[in-house]
Write a protein that binds this ligand. Structure first.
Ligand code: NAP
Length: 324
């Protein structure tokens, strides 16, 4: 028996329970992992609260982790006991040990530590597809990143800077402004006291930006549209402040033939080749120093409720790792 954090009903952080579970032996195509580090992501709070429904309850939440292969299923030839791997996105991460499909696991190079892998795979591959595929950032672009001191935010800032962009970012306080600046954000805006639309217009000579990366959602979405130049891309990739209400598409015409997309990591890495290509691109930019992964805080896995409270009260910065 091992321990895992499960929910039996949707709810607040108190719904997270430290349960004993049996993992069992890996079946065909599976491996059993002893987990050494688990990534905390905003999507974990949507799964916990029921904003995103799970197929069944009770359920082990969490979608990112790293560890060591303990046993492999009968037909698994690509991995062997002792191999170090990481994964994202794959539900069932908040556990000391788990079964996982071998074809969703990413072998870890020796220079990546387990905590670093658990901190960066989901948020880093998200930054990868947002900056390289959804809207391919070009040298000389000036872009806007909402919640620039967060997990995805700090990686977006660094990587966009590395690609030659000028980065405008929003944050809720001065301490986060300094963190965003250290992550390459040229113009941090404290959006709790300053109108970010006016500031973006000032910084772009009234033109607006070609792309907004917005993981905040409800409270920023309409203002984000006003930061775009004509034919700009509104990339809504999350809802930390709540879901965006239905949108009258005519608004996109009135504001200048805008594009809106609501992408998810899973649709960009559902094929193994795409998963491995995204991870390789991320590993390269981290290995060469273009992006540094900032683990702002760690919690014991059994204290996942405390970690969720911190994340939802905007008290975390950078990435967060849960330790089994
Ligand atoms: N589409 C995808 O595939 C994908 C993948 C990964 C993540 N995401 C999304 O990306 C976003 C960021 O994820 P993350 O894990 O890196 O989290 P995070 O950015 O570290 O944390 C969320 C941040 O959002 C900001 N925020 C603004 N209003 C908020 C509110 N009312 N409540 C809570 N936070 C608020 C806070 O920053 P300030 O205090 O500076 O405002 C907070 O620190 C989330 O929306 C997540 O769902 C999407």
């Amino acid at each position: 028996m091992v321990h895992a954090i499960r929910i039996h009903d949707y709810g607040g952080p108190e719904a997270l329970r430290w349960d004993e579970i049996e993992v069992g032996d890996p079946g065909p195509g599976q491996v059993r992992l002893r987990q050494t580090a688990v990534g905390l992501n905003y999507i974990d709070t949507y799964h916990r609260s029921g904003a995103y429904k799970l197929p069944q309850l009770p359920a082990i939440i969490g979608t990112e982790g790293a560890g060591v292969v303990e046993a492999v299923g009968p037909d698994v030839t690509t991995l062997k006991p002792g191999d170090r791997v990481g994964y994202a996105p794959l539900i069932g991460a908040y556990a000391e040990s788990r079964l996982a499909p071998a074809d969703r696991l990413i072998p870890l190079p020796s220079w990546i530590e387990d905590r670093q892998a658990a901190a960066m795979l989901l948020q880093g591959m998200t930054a990868q597809f947002l900056l390289r595929s959804t809207y391919a950032v070009q040298p000389g672009d000036t872009i806007l990143v909402q919640a620039a001191a967060g997990g995805v935010g700090q990686i977006l800032c660094q990587w966009a800077k590395h690609l030659g962009a000028t980065v405008i970012g929003t944050v809720s306080n001065d301490e986060k402004a300094e963190l965003a600046r250290a992550a390459g954000c040229d113009h941090p805006i404290v959006y709790t006291r300053e109108n970010f639309v006016n500031r973006v217009k000032d910084l772009t000579d009234g033109q607006g930006v070609p792309v907004v990366y917005d993981g905040v959602g409800k409270t920023t979405f309409m203002d984000s549209l006003d930061c775009l130049r004509p034919r700009g891309f509104m990339v809504l990739f999350g809802a930390a402040s709540g879901p965006v209400p239905p949108l009258d598409l005519q608004v996109l015409a009135a504001k200048g033939s805008l594009y809106v997309t609501r992408p998810t990591l899973f649709s960009y890495v559902s094929k193994r080749d795409d998963l491995m290509a995204s991870a390789a691109d991320l590993f390269e930019v981290v290995h060469t120093g273009g992006v540094t992964i900032n683990v702002g805080q760690t919690f014991a896995l059994r204290d996942a409720a405390e970690a969720h409270r911190a994340l939802e009260s905007r008290a975390t910065t950078g990435s967060t790792v849960l330790l089994p």
